[in-house]
Design a protein around this ligand. Sequence first.
Ligand code: 26W
Length: 820
Amino acid sequence: AWTRNKFQGFQNKDEFEKEVVRHVETTLARSMFNCDETAAYSATSLALRDRLILEWNKTQQRQTYRDSKRIYYLSLEFLMGRALDNAMLNIGAKSVAKDGLNELGFRIEDIIGQEHDAALGNGGLGRLAACFLDSLASLNFPAWGYGLRYRYGIFKQEIIDGYQVEVPDYWLDFNPWEFPRHDVTVDIQFGGYVRKGQDENGKTIAHWEGGEIVQAVAYDVPTPGYDTPTTNNLRLWSSKAASGEFDFQKFNSGDYESSVADQQRAETISAVLYPNDNLDRGKELRLKQQYFWVAASLYDIVRRFKKSKRAWSEFPDQIAIQLNDTHPTLAVVELQRILVDIEGLDWDDAWKIVTTTFGYTNHTVLPEALEKWPVTLVQKLLPRHLQIIYDVNLFFLQSVEKKFPNDRDLLSRVSIIEESQPKMVRMAYLAIVGSHKVNGVAELHSDLLQTTLFKDFVTIFGADKFTNVTNGVTPRRWLHQANPRLSELIASKIGGHGFLKDLTALNKIEQFVDDKAFRKEWAEIKYANKVRLAKYIKSTLDLNVNPSALFDVQVKRIHEYKRQQLNIFGAIHRYLTLKAMSPEERKKQQPRVSIYGGKAAPGYWMAKQIIHLINSVGAVVNKDPDIGDLLKVIFLEDYNVSKAEMIIPASDISEHISTAGTEGSGTSNMKFVLNGGLIIGTCDGANIEITREIGQENIFLFGNLSEDVEDLRHAHTYGTHTIDPNLTKVFEAIQSGTFGEANDFNALISAVRDHGDYYLVSDDFQSYIDTQNMIDTEYRNQEEWVTKSIRSVARMGFFSSDRCINEYAEVIWNAEPLAV
Ligand code: 26W
């Protein structure tokens, strides 16, 4: 059996301090006398990093030597957050570091707080990828992540006069967690033309020639498992001009400007993360990013495979590649191109290898999120790939025709090429045809995929190709790191921290549900977390909130389908109701702090209006003397992973209130419950499975069901559409100028009243406010509330990303952990 601390960690705090001092004095070239918190953070990280890289090396050697099946997770987004705390916890060095830093005159929280988030993602999909890396390493799977090293991650959000303003997130000034691999480079081709030639046997082969070359450089980020000998790799590609710093020919001939311009054009590819979440804008640079990253990754994967000298037919036994949404779908085409054009395999043999290697995960059913690329654009950038796509489509449609003769409608419905004006490549269809398994991310979501979006493909390929893997979250970051006191309390009751590796062991705390001291401590921890958030609100917004009030939280990307507008309309209704009460009556009401956070895509005007409304309501409500502590409306600026770690443990109730059938899974719902918060939610995404696990008595569900949505929308458009009377009052208040310039909010109101209320805000409004009122009542019974909180946490074992990764490994990857 493996025991920790042989190679990882530090023997004691003196050894740790020595390393920190060494890095301050040598790597950073400073003296300990002027070592500030920034320098202390850098030196601490470098000391930790030294340990990680040793483990990384060993892991890589072991994985190469064993040569067992490897998993490659291709994702355009990895929302990693901060690395230092996670690294210390995972390698078991936190207490040594805490003591060591103390002796050097620092508090560990301050040092941890120095780190800039690695924010290479938008939201759910990117954070899921990060949780998966943690689980893959913690379960000892030989797995690599592949992504892009954006110079600018998701923008920073500032709120100015109640509106969102975007500020670039330049985060690479000093990043101790990455290792540049200037020796690992791949030349990536764009444009040019295809020339048909013949090989020595007279077989036609395609040569892709001309165009431009951009160089991909690898940057490696070690990702340590929790209490395991495995430190896996996240490889991020950065783009630069292929000819080095300058085109010297141009430079020498005096064309200095254009030689620099070439370099900048190349570097643009990995410059910035697209900030759209669930919206496909079809930008050329985005397609370039996708191919650049996919081609570099596949070259790397194939190069590693070829070292083993195995037959090509063994490729799928040795390699599983998972496509995180359709963003990496060109990988399917690229592998086929490598096998056929470069390695000389026959089309059918190659295609068999390709389709056995790939799996595709869909994360959304929103039509506006489904990627489509104009055929003309693909032709321009990737002429050979377009030919391959056409051939794949032809053979696929021929097989459909054979199975379902004379169904022209079916053929045009499932064609990878949409015969529209202009013609488009449907990436989801290409991903389905190019993979052996397709999964959704929660049961309802996977069912909807199979009965609606991908229905024809279920008919064609059979139901076996389609499956569900319900999302999960890593309990290391989302319980142990974010809520250390709760983690310790649980550990003290059930015999240690084993639950962090087998989350189902949480069920052992349910036997303590009546234990007085345990309950008291449980409630105190929640209160302390709320005090911490209240202090943060005071320091950033200069607002006093009462930590004893009910903290009601909705933090996620701002999107109409996630319905932050329902939440703020509900808060306005609450405000109006309180205003209409007598002072005596008001005294009987439950105080509440309504907390919002999240970014709007820069081009998503409606989402920005929602942010503005929230801030405008806050500006009025928060200083209304009639209201006082009874209601505060708070918008927290720049929601990100590290802020989530503070906010989530401080919630009493969190909101997961998407229109039924629209949220793939949701993962913050899992994080909130895991931290002892209850949730209000619709019957959507993973809320349904959370209910199944924790019991319907422990969750506040409301609203219309997914199966009713279509009829309701139909009725809005073709029947009579009456708006809920309470919501009408809310609209009247807004339009009478209660929250500032009334016209500012016309679009939010008319979306509901005049434009068909696509997201069913009015249909769900009464049910929503009734449920919120029920929450007020139940919250006053703190004993019952704590019971619900404990029971819920105890029953959350299913939602570990470890369970999720084990399911992927068994059902999709056919891969096993590497035992040591
Ligand atoms: C093409 C633009 C674009 C960019 C990102 C389209 C779609 C996306 C993502 C798929 C959006 C996303 O993050 N989806 C979320 O994925 C989570 C992880 O599975 C789920 O929990 C969320 O419900 C889903 O919205």
